[in-house]
Design a protein around this ligand. Structure first.
Ligand code: GLC
Ligand code: GLC
Length: 644
């Protein structure tokens, strides 16, 4: 009997496909490069696409279309990017270096336009950045467009910011300055003004199939029973009724963000084309937005389903073939176990670490490190060929995404603890230093998240009003402490630009009708270049923060132990102090309380011979010393002790 297993099928279909791809590749400057990579990644790609779309009667037609898209964009890729592809293949763990330091900003808020941004490249270099995430900058609807996360065209830059040609130029110029361009791939949804959505509205059957559209509530009601609501303040439920067409459309986020239907292979292929176009414009890291939501299945939460992983892995395999210099970063702000499930070499080699981010703030509020420590011990570990992106603040809200199971083991009730953290960070808890705002309070379960700038959440806004020097100092220490953690925990540290100057909340969004309903705008102010001008004066607030941060950044960049590698979090013997070692060479100690804290050598010697001389590399005045029986940390101080 003749049986074909998947490998045979893959081999045979590759044999059939190759001659059909040759004419497309004829125009490429290195056609063999594509063929070589295709041979290498095809078996895996075939398996993934077969799992996703193998039951479609015209599966092989779709397969061919998908590979044509990849070949076409490979043929259009520039010589400079082909050269980068080769360098990155030879050095595929480039993103793990201690020299990696990321920054993120909005083009319009930072520099008005892409042309303006180019003039600020020296500022990025001064900070030591090697990675720059430009927030969504594509064409989007007027008025509320969720900060650009409702994309109307992936091939057109928002005309107020510039053009696609300018974006390519920015990418190249950044690269020549040692900085990789990062942009979003908002692939869970398009805006309702995207050409595909417009055609669907006109009744074009092909494009109706690109989205989830229903004639009545029967099916939506079935789905809704098991769905979480993301923006309950704006609209209850996850579907939007469109009067103009009399249909319900699946909209996980806002009503104008239409979820794409990846069960349709045409959607997969169309978005592949958009993705590879971004790669060909010089994007080196693609931030996969809202990854968890891209596959729906009735009766489930429709988050992080197995097909989500298959889709990302298939895209990854196609990027390895057609644009291997580009890597993916996951944005999954979910349960820690699910966050980690996306971070794999063959899926997203790098991923946001929301668990460390949220629990850093949690530890500042409780002044205790037990939940942070347990969570890091349970969830920090990822495969050796990957890296976390460690951040303190982003353009989004803070959600308390720790695992309830971890909390329970420490006798902490997860629900109550989140209520406490929300009270604390909105300044309602007595004695709180924070000035945050609620984000998307859900009356059904009293859930909410927190908006606010790093400085305002860390107490700087309040401290400046009191004019109390000690409180101002504490606030600065909290900002620097969290950044110290991000810079040293292992992975790529990511600076939300403005934090290096202690940028406070900006309440002016409340006067703009397109923004007033979304408190995240409180921490998305126009970058204040007047304040930035004070950064070289160490006597100013800006100078104090900026200079401390740049010292830490430079230290990270010159300390090999801070390259990606083994991090061990362990019990310091003091409930207020987090302790971890980096590759056995550096010991980091972080005091989350406003009181001095003493550590006893015994607790630490076990993990690290703190009896030998060490060098305090966290401060310019650090010096070499031999610690005694005890070691005392100042209020909110952290140290990096390197073996001498
Ligand atoms: C991501 C973005 C967020 C946006 C959402 C919908 O989570 O970070 O700002 O609202 O996706 O695209
Ligand atoms: C949810 C989503 C996350 C998004 C956020 C925006 O938490 O999981 O992807 O960034 O909402 O507020």
């Amino acid at each position: 009997m003749l049986t074909f297993d998947l490998d045979d099928k893959a081999r045979l279909s590759l044999e059939r496909l190759l001659p059909r791809l040759q004419p497309i590749l004829a125009g490429a400057d290195d056609p063999d490069g594509f063929i070589r990579r295709l041979h290498q990644h095809f078996p895996r790609l075939f398996g993934l696409l077969h799992d996703l779309y193998g039951d479609q009667y015209d599966f092989f037609y779709h397969l061919e279309e998908i590979l044509r898209t990849a070949a076409q964009s490979y043929a259009e890729r520039s010589a400079e990017l082909h050269a980068l592809d080769q360098r990155r293949e030879a050095d595929h763990l480039w993103f793990q270096r201690e020299q990696m330091v990321g920054g993120v900003c909005y083009v319009d808020l930072f520099a008005k336009t892409l042309a303006g941004l180019r003039k600020h490249i020296p500022y990025f270099c001064e900070l030591g950045l090697t990675y720059l995430h430009l927030m969504p900058l594509f064409k989007a609807p007027e008025g509320n467009n969720d900060g650009g996360y409702a994309v109307s065209s992936y091939r057109e830059v928002d005309p107020r910011l510039g053009t696609m040609a300018e974006l390519s130029k920015v990418a190249a110029e950044l690269r020549h300055n040692g900085i990789s361009l990062v942009v979003d791939f908002v692939f869970n949804h398009t805006s309702d003004e995207h050409e595909w959505a417009r055609k669907a509205i006109e009744g074009d059957a092909k494009y109706e199939q690109f989205y989830f559209m229903f004639d009545d509530r029967t099916v939506p009601d079935e789905y809704q029973r098991t769905l979480r609501e993301i923006f309950p303040e704006h609209r209850r439920g996850n579907f939007t009724f469109r009067e103009d067409i009399g249909k319900w459309v699946w909209t996980t986020f806002h009503s104008f963000q239409w979820d794409l239907n990846y069960a349709n292979p045409d959607v997969f292929n169309a978005m592949l084309g958009e993705m590879l176009t971004l790669a060909n414009n010089g994007v080196e890291v693609l931030r996969l937005d809202a990854v968890a939501f891209i596959w729906k299945q009735m009766g489930t939460s429709c988050e992080s389903l197995p097909q989500v992983h298959a889709i990302i892995q298939a895209y990854n395999a196609l990027a390895r073939i057609a644009a291997p210099a580009m890597i993916f970063k996951s944005e999954a702000i979910v349960h820690p176990a699910d966050v980690g499930s996306y971070v794999k070499w063959e899926e997203c080699p790098i991923g946001y670490n929301p668990t460390l981010m949220a629990l850093g703030w949690e530890a500042l509020a409780t002044r205790e490190v037990k939940l942070l420590l347990k969570s890091m011990q349970n969830w920090f570990h990822i495969p050796a060929d990957c890296a976390w992106v460690n951040y303190v603040r982003s353009h989004d809200d803070i959600g308390w995404t720790f695992a309830d199971e971890d909390a329970q083991q420490l006798w902490i009730n997860g629900y109550d603890h989140r209520q406490f953290l929300n009270q604390f960070y909105t300044g309602k808890f007595s004695g709180s230093f924070a000035r945050g705002l609620p984000f998307n309070y859900n009356p059904a379960n009293h859930d909410m998240r927190i908006s606010g700038s790093a400085a305002s959440l860390a107490g700087l806004e309040w401290a400046l009003e009191t004019k109390n020097e000690r409180l101002i100092d504490h606030a600065i220490r909290r900002i620097v402490l969290l950044y110290g953690l991000a810079l040293s925990a292992g992975g790529i540290p990511l600076i939300y630009l403005g934090d290096e100057l202690g940028t406070l909340n900006d309440y002016s969004y409340q006067d703009d009708p397109a923004k007033a309903e979304d408190s995240r705008w409180v921490h998305r102010p126009v970058f204040d270049w007047r304040r930035a001008g004070r950064r070289s004066n160490a006597k100013t607030l800006e100078g104090r923060i900026f200079q401390t941060m740049t010292h830490l950044i430079q230290t990270r960049k010159t300390t090999p132990a801070f390259a990606n590698g083994h991090t061990e979090f362990f019990e310091s013997g003091n409930p207020h102090v987090l302790a971890y070692t980096r590759g056995g060479e550096v010991l980091a100690l972080v005091n989350f309380s406003e009181q001095p804290q003493t550590l006893y050598a015994g607790a630490i010697v076990h993990h690290w011979r703190l009896t030998a001389p060490v060098k305090d590399i966290s401060r310019p005045t650090g010096g070499i010393f031999t610690p005694g029986e005890t070691y005392t940390l100042e209020p909110l101080q952290f140290v990096w002790l390197e073996k001498g």
